[in-house]
Design a protein around this ligand. Structure first.
Ligand code: TNX
Length: 513
């Protein structure tokens, strides 16, 4: 058995499967419903790449119509079946249905909270997991098995896939403060990240240039602070109802939304809305530039903490998220001792509202309370956070910042952390990349996209895709990734991204098919 496992692993890894691979899969007896092999010279081209994928000896299995069944029959599985049938109809209109896709929740497995198994045989498609989240990921894989531009019916490769994520935190962040993005835009981003098995959407809701979430106890935050954005023209915010709509949309895609209220720096929009939050008690003008590091909440005035308590209370009430992100970055106008005092106070407020604090790496310089998480982006403060027992989210700017240009001629984006090619974004190992961090210290990976230069979703998509797929794979797939292999799978995703209408960058590093 051990030998078979080893061999399977070895034989399953290559991009081009040989007849041998299929034969071994058959001989191993791991799959009972084996069909006779014809075409096994194929790669499934899945992103993220599953833990194991075995192409079964067999023809493609064809369906003219589909019928989805669920077990057990409960609301959550019904919602998943509904989601799947919508996705299938959306991608290819089909006639009336008759049963062949089974979603099964298993009692006990070693698949963990998000793992799944997926088999396609002549008897149908079986997706099984121990949690609905696992089934959701099985569905994403299934969607990628369907040819990208298929119109009628569909034919799937006969496969057996077993898949478990490497990291629990697989995130994307979007900056809706520098430029505002609508509820519809955010929903689209959720759909896109969820398809690549990401499970966290961090919303950067406030910054110098805008405050984007309605806070009922401090209404001027949006009456005044949401009026502008970078270079003026526009602005905007989410009402609490709209914010809840985003959260609900994310929840059925197994995405947890993490709200960020950036403090004590990056606060000009709040300071412009309420003079009492300033040390001078004088409100600055609204800000439409892109400098950082000039604003700070007053650290010693009690009203600052009343303000934060109200904001965090309202946010916590709006959302079931266990996390509140308090920013903490680039507080260059906050004296060091004040910064430490502030970070300690704000963690207490977050805890008082039953949540865990996340902050950018710099918070490692302050005292961290149990449960606090540091998000590394630049510098070495994450090491201080680790020494205090904090878990780390990895967002190294030179690898995961999707707002960096691909090369010098990329028309949008920034370059302060370097130019990041698709290969750069993929070809590093998160488990060993960071000095003094071990796999166990790392909660996962998150890819931020900052919007100083991004006005529309088209701009966002152009920078995020295809690098977001690279980050998604690093976060999900077992380590030992291979750029050549990814490059070839990515080539096949061009058609898929087209089918999803994604405005992706057709990097010359990839031989798009
Ligand atoms: C650094 S990352 C920032 C942001 C900018 C971003 C641009 C971080 C915690 N701070 O304020 O938008 O660079 O790439």
């Amino acid at each position: 058995m051990k030998e078979t496992q080893a061999c399977l692993k070895k034989c399953v890894d290559p991009v081009n499967y040989s007849d041998l691979t299929a034969r071994i899969a058959v001989q191993s007896g791991i799959e009972q419903n084996i069909i006779v092999a014809e075409d096994v010279h194929m790669s499934l081209n899945l992103i993220p790449k599953p833990l194991t994928e075995i192409i079964l000896q067999g023809k493609h299995v064809s369906f003219q119509s589909i019928k989805i069944s669920i077990s057990p029959k409960n609301e959550e599985l019904m919602a998943l079946a509904d989601y799947l049938s919508n996705r299938l109809q959306h991608e290819m209109p089909m006639g009336e249905t008759s049963g062949n896709i089974r979603l099964i929740l298993l009692d006990k497995t070693d698949l963990g909270e998000e793992g799944y198994e997926l088999t396609v045989t002549q008897t149908g498609v079986q997706l099984s997991a121990q949690s609905p989240a696992g089934l959701f990921y099985a569905i994403q894989t299934l969607l990628q098995l369907i040819p990208a531009h298929q119109k009628e019916g569909f034919s799937l490769p006969a496969v057996s896939i077993r898949d478990i994520p490497r990291f629990a935190w697989r995130g994307a962040m979007i900056d809706v403060a520098r430029h505002f993005f609508s509820v519809e835009d955010v929903k689209r981003y959720i759909d896109l990240i969820a398809h690549y098995k990401m499970n966290r959407l961090h919303l950067h809701l406030t910054d110098d240039q805008g405050w984007r979430i309605e806070i009922k106890s401090w209404p001027k935050l949006t009456e005044i602070g949401a009026r502008t954005q970078v270079n003026g023209n526009g602005g905007g915010y989410y009402t609490q109802e709209e914010y809840k709509e985003i959260i609900g949309y994310a929840r059925v895609r197994y995405v947890t939304v993490i709200p960020e209220i950036d403090t004590p720096g990056h606060t000009n929009a709040a300071l412009a809305s309420y003079p009492e939050l300033n040390e001078s008690e004088e409100a600055p003008n609204l800000y439409e530039g892109t400098e950082v590091g000039f604003s700070t909440l007053s650290i010693n005035r009690a009203v600052t903490y009343q303000f934060l308590d109200d904001v965090i209370r309202e946010l916590a009430a709006l959302t079931p998220t266990p996390y509140i992100h308090i920013g903490g970055d680039e507080a260059r106008s906050t004296p060091e001792e004040d910064y430490k005092k502030f970070i300690r106070r704000i963690q207490e407020i977050v805890i008082a509202h039953g949540r865990r604090t996340i902050g950018w790496g710099e918070i490692g310089e302050a005292e961290l309370l149990p449960g606090t998480i540091a998000q590394h982006w630049f510098g070495a403060s994450y090491q201080e956070a680790k020494k205090q027992g904090a878990k780390i989210i990895l967002s190294p700017a030179n690898k995961t910042y999707l707002d960096m240009k691909y090369n010098a001629s990329t028309p949008v984006g920034l370059d302060w952390a370097g130019l990041i090619s698709v290969k750069d974004s993929y070809d590093w190992d998160p488990g060993s990349y960071m000095q003094l961090l071990e796999e166990n210290d790392i909660l996962g990976i998150e890819a931020p996209i900052w919007s100083e230069t991004l006005l529309t979703m088209k701009d966002v998509e152009y920078l995020a895709f295809p690098r977001l797929l690279a980050v998604a794979e690093l976060a999900w797939s077992p380590h030992g990734q291979d750029w050549e292999d990814f490059r070839q799978r990515l080539a096949a995703h061009g058609k898929r991204m087209e089918a999803m209408n994604i405005n992706f960058y057709r990097s010359p590093e990839i031989d798009w098919t």
